[in-house]
Write a protein that binds this ligand. Structure first.
Ligand code: ZN
Length: 498
C-alpha cells in the first residue's frame, strides 16, 4: 500500500466511522429530548449493535494496516495526516484494551447508567444509581490499567479530557486559585449582597423560548445549522459544522438559568460551527479537548454574557418579553447575574465560587479512582466536601451528588476542564483587549469581531492541533491563571465595590 492509497483508505474508513457515530449521536439526542422514557430498552440494543460495528471497523486488521503503512512513512506525512495517525493510534490502544464483548457491555452500561441516573435524580435516591456508578468506576480503572499502566489511573482520566493534564498540573492550578479565591469569597461575603429579586420574576416558558431565539441570533448561531432542544441537563452535540444541536432547561421563575445555559451551550456550538469543513468526516473534526471547549462556552457565558454591555444591549428585549422586568434596571440584572455566593448547584454557581465546585469533584474522583472510598460512602463524602469548601449543607442527593450527569456517562476526569477553560478564557480576554475595544464590541450587540478572533486563532483548527499548540497560538505566551484571578477580582470590585 502506498502512502496515497493508505490516506484514501483512511478517508473511506473515517467516513464509515462518522456514519455510525452520527447514528448513535442522533439516538442519544433523541433519547434526551423527544423519546419516551422506556425507549432506553430498544435504544440500548441498537446502540450496542452500532458500537460493536464501530469497534470492528476501527480495530479490524485492514484499519490497523492503514496505520502501519502511515507509521512506516511518518516522515513523509503532512501535519494533518500525522495528527490523524497519532489520534487514531491513541484511540486504537484504548479500544483494544478490552475484548469486543466487554466493549459492547461498556457501551450498554453507559445507556443504562444514564437512565438510572435520571430516575435516581428524579427520586433523589442515590441508591438507584450506585450500582451503575460502581461499574462505571470499575470500567474506568480497567481502561486506565490496560491503556497506560505506567501512569496513575486518575492521570489517565485527566489526560482523556485535556490532553497533557495530570494531577500535578491540576493541583498546582487549583492551589493558585485557592490562594486568591478563598479570601475573595470572604470579602464578597462581608459586602452587601445585590438584590436578586429580578432573577425570580415569573417569565413564562413560551417567552423564554422566544428569548432563546434572540440569544442565538445575538451569538451569531445560524439556525439552518444549529438547532435547540429541551432536556433535563443542557448539553451540546455536534456532527459536522452543518449539524450542531444545543439544549436548555426552562424554569419559569429563574429565567437567568436558561438564558445562561443557552449562551454557554451556544459557545460550544460556535466552536463546532467554526471548524474548517475540510476536517468533516475525519477524526480531526470537532473541538480538540474539553478544556478548550469549555474555554469557549464559559467565555461566552461569563465574560460576554455576564458583562454590563451584553445585559444593557439585551435589556429592551427582556422587558418586551417580560414586562415585569421593566420594574428593574439593566444594572439590577447585571448585579443579580453576578451575585457571588456559595451554593449547592454547580451549573448555577457564580463565577467566583464555581472553581470550588470543581475542586470538590476533583477530590472525589481522585479518591474514587484510587480506590480510597467505596461507592456507598460517596454521598456522605460529597456533603462533607460541600460543607468544607463552600460552607453549605446539602439537603438531599438530588441537589448533592446526583446533580451532574457526567459520571453516568463515564465522564470521570472531565470536571477540571471547566475550571481550566474558565481560566483560558480570561487570558483570551486580555489578548483581545490588545486588539479591540472589547467592551464596546459587546455593548454594540454585534459580536462578529469576537467570533473572528476566536475563529481564526482556535475554532478553525478543530482537532488538527494539540490543545497546547492552540493555546500558544491564541495567547502568544504560556498559560497563566493570574489573568483569571485578576479578572475575577476586577469583576467583584465592579459588582460589589470591594
Ligand atoms: Zn460546557
Amino acid at each position: 500500500m502506498t502512502v496515497q492509497e493508505a490516506v484514501n483508505k483512511l478517508d473511506e474508513l473515517e467516513l464509515k466511522e462518522f456514519a455510525l457515530g452520527h447514528a448513535m449521536g442522533i439516538l442519544s439526542y433523541d433519547g434526551a429530548t423527544a423519546a419516551p422514557k422506556k425507549s432506553y430498552i430498544p435504544r440500548g440494543k441498537t446502540m450496542g449493535y452500532l458500537a460493536g460495528e464501530a469497534y470492528k471497523l476501527t480495530t479490524d486488521k485492514s484499519a490497523v494496516a492503514i496505520l502501519d503503512t502511515l507509521r512506516s512513512h511518518a516522515d513523509e506525512l503532512d501535519d494533518n495526516t500525522l495528527r490523524r495517525l497519532e489520534l487514531r493510534e491513541k484511540n486504537l490502544k484504548e479500544m483494544r484494551a478490552v475484548p469486543i464483548e466487554q466493549y459492547v457491555e461498556y457501551t450498554e452500561l453507559m445507556n443504562e447508567a444514564d437512565s438510572a441516573w435520571h430516575e435516581a435524580k428524579e427520586k433523589s435516591d442515590y441508591a438507584i444509581f450506585e450500582p451503575y456508578l460502581r461499574r462505571v468506576i470499575d470500567f474506568t480503572k480497567l481502561f486506565a490499567e490496560k491503556v497506560n499502566p505506567d501512569i496513575a489511573p486518575y492521570d489517565y482520566c485527566l489526560d482523556k479530557y485535556e490532553e497533557g493534564l495530570n494531577m500535578q498540573k491540576a493541583e498546582a492550578f487549583f492551589s493558585a486559585l485557592r490562594e486568591r479565591i478563598v479570601p475573595l469569597i470572604a470579602r464578597v461575603g462581608a459586602a452587601e449582597a445585590p438584590d436578586e429579586s429580578v432573577a425570580k420574576v415569573l417569565f413564562p416558558i413560551e417567552k423564554q423560548r422566544a428569548l432563546s431565539d434572540i440569544l442565538m441570533d445575538k451569538l451569531g448561531l445560524p439556525r439552518d445549522r444549529c438547532a435547540i432542544g429541551e432536556t433535563e441537563h443542557p448539553f451540546t452535540t455536534n456532527f459536522t459544522p452543518d449539524d450542531v444541536r444545543i439544549t436548555t432547561h426552562y424554569h419559569e421563575k429563574a429565567f437567568l438559568s436558561s438564558m445562561y445555559s443557552v449562551i454557554h451551550e451556544g459557545g460550544h456550538a460556535l466552536y463546532e460551527l467554526g471548524v474548517d469543513p475540510k476536517f468533516s468526516f475525519t477524526c480531526l473534526s470537532g473541538g480538540v479537548t474539553m478544556g478548550i471547549h469549555e474555554s469557549q462556552s464559559r467565555f461566552f457565558e461569563n465574560i460576554v454574557g455576564r458583562s454590563r454591555g451584553f445585559i444593557d444591549n439585551l435589556y429592551p428585549d427582556l422587558v418586551r418579553l417580560c414586562p415585569e422586568i421593566g420594574k428593574y434596571s439593566a444594572q439590577d440584572i447585571y448585579r443579580a447575574a453576578n451575585k457571588a455566593q456559595p451554593s449547592l448547584i454547580r451549573t448555577e454557581a457564580d463565577e467566583v465560587t464555581y472553581p470550588l465546585h470543581i475542586m470538590v469533584r476533583y477530590e472525589m474522583e481522585k479518591r474514587m479512582i484510587n480506590g480510597e472510598v467505596n461507592t456507598a460512602e460517596l454521598p456522605e463524602m460529597w456533603n462533607a466536601y460541600y460543607k468544607e469548601y463552600l460552607g453549605v449543607t446539602v439537603p438531599n442527593d438530588r441537589e448533592g451528588i446526583l446533580q451532574d450527569s457526567h459520571w453516568s456517562g463515564a465522564g470521570i476526569g472531565y470536571f477540571p476542564s471547566y475550571a481550566l477553560g474558565s481560566a483560558y478564557g480570561a487570558q483570551y480576554l486580555a489578548k483581545m483587549r490588545e486588539e479591540m475595544d472589547f467592551d464596546a464590541v459587546v455593548a454594540s450587540g454585534d459580536l462578529a469581531p469576537i467570533r473572528a478572533w476566536l475563529g481564526e486563532k482556535i475554532w478553525q483548527y478543530g482537532s488538527s492541533k494539540s490543545p497546547d499548540w492552540i493555546l500558544k497560538n491564541a495567547l502568544g505566551e504560556p498559560f497563566d491563571p493570574g489573568y483569571y484571578l485578576d479578572y475575577l477580582e476586577n469583576k467583584m470590585k465592579d459588582v460589589y465595590g470591594i
